[in-house]
Design a protein around this ligand. Structure first.
Ligand SMILES: [Zn+2]
Length: 414
């Protein structure tokens, strides 16, 4: 983890040659055309597992439902979503050991990681296909999102955020360390050396904390309920900035503590990339998170983090992480719509944006411009439809010298 000095990158150690070779020969960094939005998802993310998924207290089709809300309600065209590749064994070996990956060939082991005891009795080939394959697709999505974030200023993987898994140990429904992988890939392929993890899932992110212990290139801000799993006191020592909450923390208090934490983070570390782990198990009623944050509180939280990144022109990638109540997908979709309405991200294509503004103009000629806000069950969002392309884009305001940024500026400035 980073020291408190902004020059923490000085402590970086070069990756070992084998890791570097694996990263350089990986196919996960797809070339994504400008016609796509930096929103990453595959139908393969969703888990349908002989009904067994119903035994876990979660909505295993959360990821697909988020996308459905966005596409069906006209916020994102289906063909603008980026489909990632599955992380291969060689990709996973960038962080994981061969022995850890081999341990997943035991259904008993996987059952303990995903906390579904009946999985222990299912043939491993089926566990691989129905459970671990979706996870590996999501890992591929997290890794690709870092590249997209550098190119576009932001990216959202509608999945991932397996923050309890470290190189040698899975747990808490996390079988692969996608956050550690995505950062290791970024160090080598994106030529960056300072990454900030903002982990706002209700649980402590002990996986990435262990993986980047004493690594000065990574700064971690972790805000979590200290009274729930994983109680990892060893990993706690590696958190650069820890905000421990108590069960029952309410929205106003939560957002107040977040404001203060972001101010401190800004003064301590200047990252070239932010990995935002945006778990929604902070929602009031979540049986695992035990906090009392309203849907509107989640929307405001995400907006604060995106604004924090945008104000400093730092590329940000968001992972959806934990939070599997039936209401989670709606809240996440509402939050993404809010980010678009506030011009913090650009979901619509240039063509759609022009058509939309023409429609709004036509409607206004008939005096019908009210109620344009795109909001669902969260109910927090009342801004007008996105005018992202009419204003300076996230990338445009960047003063970064990265070649990726110049490319993006060229794309958006035509
Ligand atoms: Zn969690």
């Amino acid at each position: 983890m980073a020291s408190s000095a902004p020059s923490a990158a000085a402590g970086a150690t070069p990756p070992d040659p084998l890791r570097r070779d694996r990263i350089l020969s990986s196919k996960l960094y797809l070339d994504v055309p400008g016609s796509k939005a930096p929103v990453v998802y595959s139908p393969a993310y969703d888990i349908a597992f002989l009904g067994i998924e119903k035994l876990h207290p979660f909505d295993s089709s959360k990821w697909g439902r988020i996308c459905k809300f966005l596409t069906k309600e006209g916020h994102l065209e289906k063909n603008r979503v980026v489909e990632p590749l599955e992380a291969t064994k060689d990709d996973l070996l960038v962080v994981h050991s061969e022995s850890y990956l081999n341990s997943l060939k035991s259904s008993l082991k996987v059952a303990s990681i995903v906390e579904l005891p009946p999985v222990a009795f299912i043939p491993n080939w089926l566990v691989q296909q129905k459970l671990l394959y979706p996870f590996r697709k999501q890992v591929g999505g997290s890794i690709l999102s870092a590249k997209l974030a550098l190119e576009r200023g932001w990216a959202i993987n509608v999945g991932g955020g397996f923050h309890h898994c470290s190189a040698e140990q899975g747990g808490g429904f996390c079988a692969y360390a996608d956050i550690s992988l995505c950062i290791q890939f970024a160090f080598v392929r994106l030529n960056i050396s300072r990454v900030m993890i903002i982990d706002l899932d209700a649980h402590q992110g002990n996986g990435h904390e262990k993986d980047f212990a004493n690594d000065g290139r990574v700064y971690t801000l972790d805000m979590y309920n200290a009274g729930i799993y994983p109680y990892d006191h060893v990993a706690k020592r590696y958190i650069d900035q820890k905000v421990e909450l108590v069960s029952g923390t309410k929205t106003e208090d939560y957002l107040d503590q977040l404001d203060k934490a972001l101010k401190v983070a800004e003064s301590r570390f200047q990252p070239q990339l932010i990995v935002y782990n945006a778990g929604t198990d902070i929602l009031d009623g979540d049986p695992l998170g035990r906090l009392k944050i309203s849907p509107q509180g989640v929307v405001i939280r995400d907006e604060k983090v995106f604004r924090f990144a945008k104000d400093q022109s730092i590329p940000l990638l968001m992972l959806t992480s934990g939070g599997y109540m039936k209401s989670s997908a709606r809240v996440i979709a509402d939050s993404i719509i809010n980010l678009s309405n506030k011009n913090l991200i650009e979901l619509v294509s240039l063509t759609s944006s022009l058509i939309r503004s023409k429609l709004v103009c036509s409607a206004s000629a008939y005096g019908d411009v009210g109620g344009g806000g795109a909001t669902g069950g969260g109910g927090a969002v009342t801004a007008p439809p996105s005018t992202a392309f009419a204003t300076a884009s996230f990338s445009d305001v960047s003063s970064q010298t990265s070649p990726a940024y110049s490319n993006v500026n060229r794309v958006f400035k035509g």
